[in-house]
Design a protein around this ligand. Sequence first.
Ligand SMILES: C[S@@+](CC[C@H](N)C(=O)[O-])C[C@H]1O[C@@H](n2cnc3c(N)ncnc32)[C@H](O)[C@@H]1O
Length: 206
Amino acid sequence: MTNVKFGADAWDQRFSGHTYAYGELPNQWLEQCIGPMKPGLASFPADGEGRNAVWAATKGWTAEVFDLSTVGKEKCEKLAKKHGVSVDYDVDDLELRTFKPNRYDLIACSWFHVPWSIFVEHYPRMLSSLKPGGEFVCEGYHTSQMEMTSGGPKSLDLLWELDEVLEVIGNGFEIIHAKVEQVELDESDLHRGVANVVRLHLHKQN
Ligand SMILES: C[S@@+](CC[C@H](N)C(=O)[O-])C[C@H]1O[C@@H](n2cnc3c(N)ncnc32)[C@H](O)[C@@H]1O
């Protein structure tokens, strides 16, 4: 297994074009889950160029992002301005970030893949900032995505097995939805076509 860590420079490079690497529209799974929710305070970890946070802000959410990429922050600010909203964006690293407990009504992320040892140590810390009664929504690539050409890291160390993910983060949550699904992605040239994904919607118990 390769332990791939794509650093801030690589993400800055990816986001340095005029267009948006994963499109300007929100991730479909996030939109489907968050759309019916009552807006509150939301965190969008690793939101890159900010498409999910900006969309949520247009729906009345107070949206915060943390992400490694300075260029991602600039692109997010541009997208937010285009939509007449604001997003509070910190350039920060999951591994170094301090999380305030019980802060958010919602935490939502798409394609936030990190090496497994980092996932195990830091995803639970990140989720501790969710309020009791809050929602966690995310989409990531399944291990069976390795052979597919519709996006995702080509390292089993970064891809997800549903039972392993739930073992790490599922404690204290009611499962609203937790499935491996084959979906048709159409986010951008980087995420297009049939893909094997893990889709989660968890509700933090009181
Ligand atoms: C595949 S992109 C997805 C961006 C965004 N979620 C979307 O769907 O458009 C992965 C993002 O994770 C961020 N990222 C990776 N490792 C991180 C870390 N340790 N801390 C914070 N952000 C990280 C990258 O900077 C990048 O923006």
